[in-house]
Every structure is written in structure tokens, then in C-alpha cells.
Write a new protein. Structure first.
Length: 216
């Protein structure tokens, strides 16, 4: 496991973003762990989070010309990641969309740089993949080429069928989905934390019910 992935999971746990217990997801599943990205809510935590996004992007080797952040969470993530990339010598344009098209002032559905070239989508998590599909269509409609999606955590969990939302996006649109960390990384991190190791059995049982072995 890359060092930044391990550091990211530890950071999430320290900030209360990652917690263990019994939680019910929107789909009605009872999960032994919960990831609440909304708790990255200060300047310091956003700065560190954006650093992890930049690390994952650069480690992936994906070729991109600009960033796109889907409203609303993706706006802050794309802007923060663009700042970190610029600090590291890779300054790229970024843009984001409005939930509702504005018909006065500057107008339109987009704010920021024009969508052009290879556009990398920056978002928090993937559930059904609907929002990503909408972003891909929007980028193509404005002349850009979607080249990938970057998210915080890959739960490696099936959707309604045998594939995860990530696998569906990759197969349907032919672009990679890059995660800062995955459930595999979380399991490896837990194995090294004796005070939290008791959560491994519950996660293993959950994976038997809803997990996927690996991404295609």
C-alpha cells in the first residue's frame, strides 16, 4: 500500500470522517464502517485532503489538462486540488457547474475555465454513478474530453447487479476511476492497528454479502 493511502485512512479516522460500528446506508444495507466526507470542514483539513487528491492523481499517471468539480462537493475538492497541484509545479485550469443554469449576469451552467482538452472529474464518493454520468455528458457537450474520475474512497461494493458503480463507470465510459484509498487499503491499515482489529471480522462478513473481489 502506498504511504499516502495509509496516511489518508489514518487522517480520516483522526478527523472522525471514518468511524466503525453499525450504520445504515441509503440503500438500506447495514455497514460496519461509515465515511462522512462532510466532516472535512476546516481550512486545515481541506488543505490536507486536497494534498491526498493530488497525490492520487499524480501517482495514477493519468493524463489531464484541467479539473472539473461537480456541484456541490466537487467544487471545493477541484479548487483545493488545483491549488495543491499548482504548489507542486503543475498549474492547471479548473471549472465547475451550477445546479441550475443562470440566465442573467454571466449566465450559463459553468463557472471557471472553458472545458477543453482532457478533463479530470474530482468528486468525493461514487454511489450509483448518476452524478458522474451527468458530468461526463456536460463535459462532452461543452467540447471537453472526460479522461477520468478521482474520488476519496472506493468501497469496492456491488450496486444493484454484480458490478460496483466504479466498474460500471469504467466499462460504460471507458475512463479510469482513481481512488485515494480502497476498502482493501482500509483492511490492511486495520490489520496494523491492534486497538481496531476487532472490526475486521464485521468488514469481512459485509464483503461476503456486498463486496466485489477486484476492479476489472
Amino acid at each position: 500500500m502506498a504511504e499516502f493511502r495509509k496516511d489518508f485512512i489514518a487522517f480520516c479516522f483522526e478527523q472522525g470522517v471514518l468511524s466503525f460500528g453499525q450504520f445504515t446506508t441509503k440503500s438500506g444495507r447495514t455497514t460496519p464502517y461509515f465515511f462522512n466526507a462532510g466532516l472535512f470542514n476546516s481550512g486545515a483539513t481541506l488543505d490536507r485532503l486536497a494534498q491526498f487528491y493530488a497525490n492520487a492523481i499524480l501517482a495514477s499517471g493519468v493524463r489531464f489538462d484541467m479539473l472539473f468539480g461537480p456541484a456541490y462537493k466537487g467544487i471545493v475538492l477541484a479548487a483545493g486540488t488545483a491549488i495543491v497541484l499548482a504548489r507542486e509545479g503543475r498549474s492547471v485550469p479548473f471549472a465547475f457547474n451550477r445546479k441550475e443554469t443562470k440566465d442573467h449576469g454571466e449566465g450559463g451552467e459553468l463557472i471557471g475555465a472553458p472545458l477543453a482538452g482532457r478533463v479530470l472529474i474530482v468528486d468525493d464518493v461514487l454511489t450509483a454513478g448518476t452524478a458522474v454520468g451527468e458530468s461526463i455528458a456536460l463535459i462532452a457537450r461543452h467540447g471537453g474530453v472526460p479522461c477520468g474520475v478521482v474520488i476519496s474512497l472506493d468501497r469496492m461494493e456491488r450496486g444493484q447487479g454484480n458490478l460496483s458503480a466504479i466498474q460500471e463507470i469504467e466499462q460504460r465510459h471507458g475512463i479510469p476511476v482513481i481512488a485515494i484509498a480502497s476498502l482493501d487499503d482500509l483492511v490492511m491499515w486495520l490489520r496494523g492497528r491492534s486497538e481496531l482489529r476487532q472490526n475486521l471480522n464485521a468488514i469481512a462478513e459485509y464483503r461476503k454479502l456486498y463486496g466485489i473481489a477486484q476492479h476489472a
